[in-house]
Write a protein that binds this ligand. Structure first.
Ligand code: ZN
Length: 274
């Protein structure tokens, strides 16, 4: 890569060293992460108490969801799927969507940093700015597909590399069935744009994951763990394909659409067993 990717959700340097630079959590910035979740106050958006009524900080479901979301975001960084504050994660809870904030290192996020928007994108909780890829996350959540409560977006290295080479990830491994079929590459569009959100929706049709050209990955799932696992599987498949095609003079063999269908049926529990 000769040029730095333009998209970050904050300072490209990441500030993952524990400094408070780049963190806009105000008084909460110095609080240890999850030191005392039950006691940690939530920041009222614009000082308007009624804004908090839709997602009460006393709601344990909501609190647990935020904790899980932060854990997933941290995992993407720890596992090398994102660098610094790039990438983002969202989880739908009822008519509310919890999202990672823009520009805050994940290891600095605590219970007081929860950010939530409604399906129209209006912020209902938190003072931190939602991720710049909010349109993409909302587009997926608004579709309301069953089994899609969580969305994970990363800039995983091998997946991003593949996104620059093909319009669809070749069927190099049967794991593609777990993503609904051959993984498409959404055409390039500016990060954070509605156009990118539209391209992503198109690429995700009948799929649970896609690549974004010259950008990264998007996967969804019924849970954050499932969405995360699909990202990891997608990155792994891209790595396999890059490794196989890098052998001079040889082309990777691919599985057929019929063979993939056979895998899908088996995964669904009604194909041939054994
Ligand atoms: Zn991105």
């Amino acid at each position: 890569m000769t040029q730095r990717h333009a998209h970050t959700d904050g300072p490209p340097e990441g500030h993952r060293d524990g400094s408070t630079e780049g963190h806009r959590g105000g008084p909460g910035a110095s609080r240890p992460s999850y030191g005392s979740p039950a006691d940690a106050p939530y920041d009222a958006p614009d000082g308007s108490p009624e804004d908090l009524s839709r997602v009460s900080p006393d709601d344990s479901l909501y609190r647990d969801a935020w904790r899980e979301l932060v854990a997933t975001a941290r995992r993407t960084a720890r596992d090398g799927l994102v660098v610094g504050t790039s990438g983002n994660v969202s989880l739908r809870v009822g008519d509310t969507v919890l999202v990672t904030p823009s520009g805050v290192p994940y290891d600095r996020l605590g219970p007081a940093d929860a950010v939530a928007v409604d399906l129209a994108g209006r912020q209902v909780t938190g003072t931190l700015k939602p991720t710049s890829e909010l349109p993409l996350h909302l587009a997926v959540h608004r579709e309301g597909r069953s089994g899609t409560e969580a969305v994970v977006h990363t800039h995983a290295v091998h997946a991003t590399a593949v996104s620059t080479l093909v319009t669809e990830l070749p069927l190099v491994h049967y794991t593609a069935a777990a993503l609904g079929g051959p993984v498409r590459v959404a055409p390039y569009a500016l990060y954070g744009s509605d156009e990118l959100a539209r391209h992503t929706l198109d690429a995700l049709r009948d799929r649970t994951g896609c690549l974004l050209r010259n950008h990264g990955t998007v996967t969804c799932g019924a849970t954050l763990d499932q969405a995360y696992d699909r990202t990891a599987q997608l990155e792994w498949m891209c790595r396999v394909w890059l490794a196989a095609r890098s052998v001079p003079g040889l082309e990777p063999s691919l599985i057929s659409a019929g063979q993939l269908r056979e895998v899908s049926e088996k995964l669904a529990g009604y194909g041939p067993q054994g």
